[in-house]
Design a protein around this ligand. Sequence first.
Ligand SMILES: Nc1ncnc2c1ncn2[C@@H]1O[C@H](COP(=O)(O)OP(=O)(O)OP(=O)(O)O)[C@@H](O)[C@H]1O
Ligand SMILES: [Mg+2]
Length: 243
Amino acid sequence: MATIKSGIPGLDDLFGPDEFPKGRQILITGPPGSGKTVFGLQFLINGALLSAEPGVFISFDDLPRHIRADMVSFGWNIKQLEEEFNPPLITLVDGFSARVGLTTDEKYTIKANVDSLLLVLTEILEDTGATRVCIDSLSTLSTIIKDPAQVRKEILTLGAILGEQGCTTLLTAETSALGVEEYSSQGLIRLSYDELSTGEFRRAILVQKMRGFDHEFSWKEFRITSDGIKIFPDRTIGRGHFK
Ligand SMILES: Nc1ncnc2c1ncn2[C@@H]1O[C@H](COP(=O)(O)OP(=O)(O)OP(=O)(O)O)[C@@H](O)[C@H]1O
Ligand SMILES: [Mg+2]
């Protein structure tokens, strides 16, 4: 099995060969604020910084300038990765502005439909040789394509094209929006949180499905700190939490 270093501390330990699946299409699901966007960006940014793998982040949920600003709190300088390398180590794609009727100065923009997504993605992959892609979020994209059968077909097409090019793709989705996406993707990772009796909250992650891979199959604690996401593979979260 082809594998990569994910760049997210603790994540690779959840897999048999201690490395993350390469060239696969993996769904990252979770409720609001569970860390889906940070997970996707950390995968790309650390992939760029630690493994020199160029990445593409397609944002349907927020403006690229907000993402650049938010990630500074983790010490991640996206602008530098976009501008100071040739080809760029990170490419941000604005899928937000057109959807809400805003104008944008971003170099790469897409209307929220799969055709323009594929077109823009293909162009960026050619330009940058990107091997990591994150689409944030599939839930938003699915509000445009209403027919579930069509969503499934589009995801399969997207996965086939990106997989063919050796790209590892993360697709984020809200838990409530789950449906066909769970079945179409090759892997499913769930992020969640729950309240302890003390009133504190704990975050947890579950690798629910990963075709072709042996993997941990229980909820593991993770934290979001000023360094980003850190997973604790030794801390299994007990029954009754993290539904
Ligand atoms: N610098 C930071 N240090 C620690 N935790 C942070 C930091 N920045 C953000 N967080 C935590 O990460 C959470 C945001 O995570 P993220 O945006 O990835 O969630 P999400 O699952 O994408 O949410 P949504 O469904 O709203 O898009 C914040 O609510 C906060 O708890
Ligand atoms: Mg998000």
